[in-house]
Design a protein around this ligand. Structure first.
Ligand code: UT7
Length: 397
């Protein structure tokens, strides 16, 4: 599914062009002042117009979003592989060889997902030069809610002292941030919002008393948060201008129980959580590691190719790839399949582990810190995770 899919480039990407939409049918025509217009083909927009808008309104209000600033929160507590050996029967050698991870970050016990989200959001707002009063919406991508109900974004909103704007959680595993990016981009494209705060945050370490039962997952997953502020682009947007080109989302529920957490839930004939369910460890996440691995190495390159094809780009046109950080081996295989040089892929898993919904914004943030991501660069993003879900995006930074 191509969301926010207005931009299917039909020219060489180095060519600068503008977007122009027809008025009645919602078809978008790219327009290049320098090129032969006969080389363009119309591109049908496949998003769903808001109920109060007809196609003509859409054509006049459609615009683009861009990332205005990025922020992160990484807990100061560094937990090495040797430290992990004090919680379970494992070794630095096993973890490094299987995943590439050397260390990860864990919160102190009084820190919550909404706390981490708030700290990442504050940095993103500062870097974007946007005040919290300017925000129209908050989207929090997380799988580690502070409470089962209401959404963690409500607690985040309260902590940040923001009132009367919609906020919601996106709970789509490791793809939650890219799903959130798609939602935020579309709300801006359709003119319903101008500035949106989008956070990816996850917190895994609080199950540590049970780590011996879930060794495979315990060594991979970690804590962290990353945030971006998205804003509407001013005026017409060309290929060289910073903006989100497109987002592409997929889900296949056949894989729902390959990486999941059964309890608490309404699936039980009795109470949604019980001592018996806890005794059966159903409150702990479970993963069929090899099944997830096999799907990930297939779906991630597919997702990247979908985004590239949609924008008429080649892997070599991309300046930087930011992949979900589940396992260094997965990403090395994806990199090989795509045929891109290693230096164009930014990894954080060695030092941050798998922070689930936070890996993509943390990757963007860390690449900026490392001087690897600079304004004007073309970025490809791809993720795969529970659901199964997989997603990609291309954007100009
Ligand atoms: O972010 C969401 C998406 N998640 C992923 O993409 C994760 C995908 N899966 C993976 O990354 C890999 O499957 C793992 C890193 C989880 C596991 O790597 P593997 O190469 O598939 O492991 P394996 O099958 O070769 O090793 C399993 C063995 C088992 O022992 P036996 O039965 O072979 O004797 C486990 O009991 O390794 C054992 N094991 C451990 N040993 C030491 C499992 N966890 C650990 C551990 N330390 N932490």
């Amino acid at each position: 599914m191509n969301l926010a899919g207005g931009a299917a480039y039909t020219l060489r990407p180095a060519t600068s062009f503008l977007w122009r939409t027809t008025t009645a049918d919602g078809i978008m025509y790219p327009l290049d002042r320098r090129a032969d217009r006969r080389s363009f083909r119309p591109v049908h927009l496949d998003h769903n117009p808001q109920p109060h808008q007809d196609a003509k309104d859409m054509a006049t209000t459609l615009r683009h979003s861009r990332i205005l600033g990025v922020g992160a929160y990484l807990p100061p507590r560094v937990v090495t592989n040797d430290d992990m050996c004090t919680y379970m029967d494992t070794s630095d050698e096993w973890i490094t060889k299987r995943s590439g991870i050397k260390e990860r970050r864990w919160v102190e016990l009084d820190v919550t997902t909404s706390d981490m989200s708030m700290w990442a959001a504050e940095e993103a707002l500062k870097n974007a030069g946007v005040s919290k009063e300017e925000l129209d919406m908050i989207v929090l991508a997380t799988n580690s809610p502070d409470h089962e109900n209401p959404a963690t974004s409500c607690f985040l909103q309260r902590k940040m002292g923001i009132k009367n704007i919609p906020c919601w959680d996106v709970r789509q595993g490791c793809c939650a941030f890219v799903f959130g990016l798609s939602m935020a981009d579309n709300y801006i494209r359709t003119g319903m919002c101008n500035k949106i705060l989008l956070i990816g945050a996850d917190l895994f370490s609080k199950s540590m008393e049970a780590f011996d039962h879930i060794r495979e997952m315990a060594v991979l997953f970690a804590d962290g948060a990353g945030a971006v502020v998205l804003g509407a682009c001013d005026g017409e947007v060309g290929f060289e201008d910073p903006h989100v080109f497109s987002t592409h989302l997929h889900t296949d529920g056949e894989g729902a129980q390959e990486l999941w957490c059964k309890a608490p839930g309404q699936c039980y004939p009795g109470p949604r959580i019980s001592h018996e369910a806890i005794d059966r460890l159903e409150h702990l996440p479970q993963m069929n590691g090899s099944a997830v691995f096999l799907h990930a190495v297939q779906r991630m390159p597919e997702a990247v190719h979908e985004a590239l094809d949609h924008n008429n780009l080649k892997p070599s046109d991309i300046d930087l790839f930011i992949f979900h950080q589940a396992n260094l081996r997965i990403n090395e295989m994806v990199t090989k399949v795509l045929g891109v040089p290693l230096e164009r892929v930014h990894h954080t898993i060695q030092k941050f582990g798998n922070t689930t919904a936070a890996t993509i914004p943390l990757g963007l943030w860390d690449a900026v810190q490392a001087g690897k991501l600079e304004p004007g660069m073309l970025v490809a993003i791809a993720a795969f995770g529970s659901g199964f879900a997989w997603a990609s995006s291309i954007l100009r930074w």
